[in-house]
Design a protein around this ligand. Sequence first.
Ligand code: NAP
Length: 267
Amino acid sequence: MNGIQFPLSVARRLLTTGTKVGTNVLGPLDGYVVSIVVVQPLFSLSLHLECCTPQTDCPFVPIARFGIVAAMSKNAVIGVAGGIPWKISQDRRLFKSLTDKSIMIIGKRTFEEHPKLAHINHTRHCIVVSKSMVDIIANREDASETNIELVRSFPEALSMARVLSTEQVNPVSTSGVGDDDCGLCCWVAGGERLYEEALQHESSAEVHLSVVDVEIDIDAERRTGGVAMFPTPSAWGDRFHEVATTLYPRDGDAPSFTYHVYKRKDE
Ligand SMILES: NC(=O)c1ccc[n+]([C@@H]2O[C@H](COP(=O)([O-])OP(=O)(O)OC[C@H]3O[C@@H](n4cnc5c(N)ncnc54)[C@H](OP(=O)(O)O)[C@@H]3O)[C@@H](O)[C@H]2O)c1
């Protein structure tokens, strides 16, 4: 069948932004092979959207350029037992101002870190990567009414981010071609696996990394709960170069930290 390929979640999102005149589902909704007929209101143009599997990059959806933001201990720990093992107001402020009104991509445990969602409420959209959460609420009618989108993989999250950034400019667009003027409006904010995939991805443009002046006893923490780590610089450092470093001194009980900004060498 001819058509444009989208992950299922992205095709669903497109349907909510165009005028739907009919859907023709060829396979089960969680089976990823779907044909959807959409008519754009202004031009009466009908499109067939054919979904691809969510595990692959979809060749016809341009991928959003994105940044990566993280805070790690001196020995690369980002999380302990589902939380962040330090509290630094200044670092939270930097994080919030960087990601304010942005599209943020996070994993399931990071999403669940604050039950009241204090860590994502400032964003325009939060894309959560999780197979189990998607399975639980796959067909909920109200799922698209929040600013939270659920996807099954990192490539799918990037396709979704592109569509969401397009909506800012042209709310009825179904082309998947996005807004290049918004700069880095998409940030990957953990955890471990997403950082690994994001740092390897050709569309990763910047890394904002706070290195906190604490050392975590990794072996001890592994025995009592989970430890999440940031990838070692040897896995990504050769593709980025440092453009700024700012030292923030100790503030009361909050440890000092250094805020590093890296940009892609090939940009
Ligand atoms: N210091 C920081 O900057 C920072 C930033 C973020 C998080 N954290 C901390 O890090 C910890 C959470 O990180 P984490 O690595 O343990 O968990 P996580 O990445 O937040 O969540 C893991 C779950 O998310 C889904 N997932 C994540 N990456 C995926 C991928 N690439 N493809 C498909 N599914 C993916 C999977 O869910 P399913 O099993 O449902 O498929 C996986 O089980 C917490 O302690 C948090 O506080 C720290």
